[in-house]
Design a protein around this ligand. Structure first.
Ligand code: FES
Length: 165
């Protein structure tokens, strides 16, 4: 039987976490390659349903990474995202999944090392929790790839209504 490696989906704000992930790559920082990144124009675009859809497709964990508090380019997008992450945790608990499978982090575009640290931290946490019961036997890579492509295409518009709850 192959060793369990958690599959993680990261919802990353274009302005900070996505740039930090890029920086981590250019700095050749070591972190597991089990994270798939979905770029958002702002974490305020995140809906609770996106998180639940990721679990439905078989990811073992999700993290949301937005700008530092007070640094969101759409003012309060990251605060709204944090509330949605809290709501997603409640729903996961209600359906019998550990709420620790979801988390929110804030970082700046200059924090490449912090991005690597977050991936390592989430990987360690999800490794100890074990695979999600929704993980399909044939693996979640393909459904998650399709989901990220579709979501990025639909979120790439210029109409950033990030501050609407
Ligand atoms: Fe980065 Fe809003 S612009 S979280």
């Amino acid at each position: 039987m192959s060793k369990y490696e958690p599959l993680i989906l990261a919802f990353c704000c274009h302005y900070c976490a996505y740039a930090a992930a890029d920086l981590a790559g250019s700095m050749r920082l070591q972190y597991p390659n089990n994270v798939r990144v979905l770029k958002l124009p702002c974490t305020g675009k995140l809906e609770v349903n996106f998180i639940l859809a990721a679990f439905e497709r078989g990811v073992d964990g999700v993290f949301v990474a937005g700008c530092l508090e007070g640094g969101c380019h759409y003012l309060e997008g990251n605060l709204r995202a944090r509330r949605r992450v809290e709501r997603a945790k409640e729903i996961l608990s209600e359906i019998g999944l550990e709420p620790e499978r979801v988390d929110m982090f804030n970082l700046s575009s200059a924090q490449g090392p912090r991005f690597a640290e977050i991936v390592n931290e989430m990987t360690a946490r999800l490794t100890s929790l074990g695979p999600s019961p929704f993980r399909p036997a044939r693996g979640a890579e393909e459904p998650v790839r399709e989901m990220t492509e579709q979501a990025e295409a639909s979120l790439s518009g210029e109409n950033h209504d990030c501050c609407q709850s």
